[in-house]
Design a binder for this molecule. Structure first.
Ligand SMILES: [Zn+2]
Length: 280
C-alpha cells in the first residue's frame, strides 16, 4: 500500500489496491492538500467523498469515473466532503449514500439528502467488492468510515487525517465520543487507512493508538494549564495547552480545547460554564 506521490488537485493518484484518490481543489489549513475523493473498483465504480461544490472537481470525477459510477458515499456532511454529490448524481444517476441525519450546527451541508441512509455495520454490496459502514462519531455525529472488506482498507474521512490533527468542534464534535470511536477501530482487522486528507497510512493500529495517546496527552496539558489560574477562561488556557502549535491555528485549536473541557466536565474533573472553568 505504499503511496507517497505528490498530491495534485484533480490528478488521480494510483494506490496499490482498489481505491484511488483524486484530491479536490480545496487546499488549506483545514484540508491539507485538498479533500481526497476516492474511486473504488474496476467495473461498476463507487466513489467516496465527492468534495465541495466545484466545476473543476466535478469534471475530474466524471473523467475518472464517468458512467461507470454507481455509488456515491459520503463520510459526513461538512462542506468540504458531501456537497459535490448533487451535481455528480445529476450527471451520472449514481445512488448517494451516507448517514441520514444532518446536524444543525451551522457547519453542515444542510441540503444533503442520501438516497440510502446508512447505519453502523450496514453493507453496501457493489458486486465485485463490499463496503461496510463503520459509525465513528466524534469529529461529526454523522461520521461514517467505510471498510473495503477484501482489502482491509478503511476510508477514514475526517475521523483520521494524515498530516494534521482532526478538529473536534462542539456541540456536534465530541471529544469523549471521538476517543471511543478511535478505540473501536482497534477491533477491526485493517491493513491501511485511506484518510479524507493526506496520504494513505500504514500500520493502522499503531496510528490509532498514537492518536489516542496524543489526545490524552493534550487532556493532561489542559489539566496542568490550570496551574496558571483557577478558574480560567478558554483564552487564558489556550496558550499553555497549545504552546507547541503555531499561533495562527490557535483559533481552531480553541474549539478542540472546548471539547476537552466538556469531556473533563463530564468526567467530574472540571466545573464551570461560559467563560470561567475551574479544576476540581
Ligand atoms: Zn469534517
Amino acid at each position: 500500500m505504499a503511496q507517497r506521490e505528490e498530491i495534485v488537485p484533480g490528478k488521480v493518484v494510483p494506490l496499490d489496491g482498489f481505491g484511488r484518490p483524486i484530491p479536490a481543489p480545496n487546499p488549506g489549513m483545514m484540508t491539507g492538500p485538498g479533500t481526497n475523493t476516492y474511486i473504488i473498483g474496476t467495473g461498476r465504480l463507487a466513489l467516496i467523498d465527492p468534495g465541495p461544490e466545484s466545476a473543476l472537481h466535478l469534471s475530474a470525477m466524471l473523467e475518472a469515473a464517468g458512467k461507470q459510477l454507481k455509488w456515491i458515499l459520503c463520510t459526513h456532511t461538512h462542506p468540504d466532503h458531501s456537497p459535490g454529490a448533487r451535481a455528480l448524481k445529476a450527471e451520472t444517476g449514481a445512488q448517494v449514500l451516507g448517514f441520514g441525519a444532518v446536524p444543525d450546527d451551522g457547519r453542515q451541508d444542510a441540503a444533503f439528502a442520501p438516497d440510502r441512509a446508512l447505519r453502523e455495520g450496514e453493507i453496501v454490496d457493489c458486486g465485485a467488492f463490499r463496503l461496510r459502514a463503520v459509525h465513528t462519531p466524534g469529529h461529526a455525529s454523522n461520521h461514517l468510515c467505510y471498510l473495503l472488506e477484501q482489502e482491509k482498507l478503511l476510508f477514514t474521512g475526517d475521523h483520521i487525517m494524515q498530516g494534521s490533527t482532526v478538529v473536534i468542534s462542539p456541540p456536534d464534535g465530541d471529544m469523549a465520543v471521538y476517543l471511543e470511536s478511535l478505540e473501536r477501530l482497534l477491533a477491526l482487522d485493517l491493513v491501511a487507512l485511506a484518510p479524507g486528507h493526506g496520504h494513505v497510512i500504514e500500520k493502522p493500529h499503531d496510528e490509532v493508538r498514537r492518536l489516542i495517546a496524543h489526545r490524552l496527552k493534550r487532556e493532561k496539558k489542559v489539566i496542568d494549564a490550570f496551574e496558571h489560574g483557577n478558574p480560567a477562561t478558554l483564552d487564558e488556557l489556550l496558550p499553555f495547552v497549545y504552546d507547541d502549535v503555531p499561533r495562527q491555528v490557535h483559533a481552531v485549536a480553541r474549539r478542540s480545547l472546548y471539547a476537552h473541557i466538556i469531556k473533563l466536565q463530564r468526567d467530574g474533573r472540571v466545573t464551570g460554564e461560559g467563560d470561567g472553568w475551574r479544576l476540581r
